[in-house]
Design a binder for this molecule. Sequence first.
Ligand SMILES: [Mn+2]
Length: 380
Amino acid sequence: MQDLPTSAFGDDLDDFEIEIPSWGLGRAGTRFETYTSDSEPDTIEERIEAAREVYEYTGHGKTVSLHFPWDGSTREDVEAVRGLLETEGLRAGAVNANLFTMRENATLDDRLRYGSLISPYPDVRDAVREHIYECIDWMRLLDSDTLILWLPDGTNSFGQLSFFDMYDRVADQLDEIEDELRDEEEVLVEYKPFEPAFYATAIFDWGSALSFSEAVGESASVLVDTGHHLQGANVEQIVGYLSKLDELGGFHFNDSKYADDDLVTGSLDPAEVFRIFTTLREADSRGLLDMHDVSYMIDQAHYVRDPTDAMIESVENVQLAYLRSGLVDFEELHSYQQDADIKGAEAEIYSAMRTDARPALKEWREENDIPTDWRDARSE
Ligand SMILES: [Mn+2]
């Protein structure tokens, strides 16, 4: 088969952007141990340098998603982060408020084990909201317009907390937080079925996230983290329905086998990434959304692989799936569907999915002076 040129795939890699998470460039741990060495980024300076490397080798990832207080705990720290990004030719992406780490103050102490916004302690809830307001302030300092909230909130037994209080506390406080945002700013509500709580999670699936994002207002939409689903969940269908409802705000890409495994995106199921992008392109072709307005991010943690290598590979897998999805002809597909021609519809999908997009990606890299073989270059 002849290699297809980039133009055959829609030629829009230039319009595509994906954010790199600062936290994903450091060494991750398991619940047993964190095997650190001197080789991986440790400080925020080193993580931002690593992000620049990802950008150099992939042509994407110019924006870095930040996590506070991991990336800083004062306004001065955030100003320093801003300077570091500028020095490396990068910019800030979404700001993530960390609602699960204890701070050196009397309020955000070990009572956080009972949750953040659903805490039974009013002073804890207030202090958590104050941290979120601080993150909104830092988001502006960084010229970012996106706040991401993932609540580490839930319970470990039926009866620990009323579902009704749980719902009301989340809804009321998200509403207050949304009121702080300006028109051009947005908050993405992320869901996850379990962990750290193992009985009931406050925002446990796309339906609950959707109910909160609809309740709190225009600035809120849902963030889909591919690893935040129970086994067998049809993520692309969730993407389709959220697009239809104009409630799809963004993505966290990663791959998983069992749960929130945070493996290299597309390493186990590259077809899922293809199906997600194909659904987004169809939504775009139907005028439901502009697929380039969706926030794409990688969210991974690596305790075996070199985190920077793993991040580059993830971006590459996303680029390949994105390109392949550009080959689907939705008019053709739709006409097969209308005729109940399943064989024709599947052939249209398989033809795109099985096309090797690597030559086109190589061509795009050459055109943009991006090294075409990072595997060799990084091992030198
Ligand atoms: Mn995530």
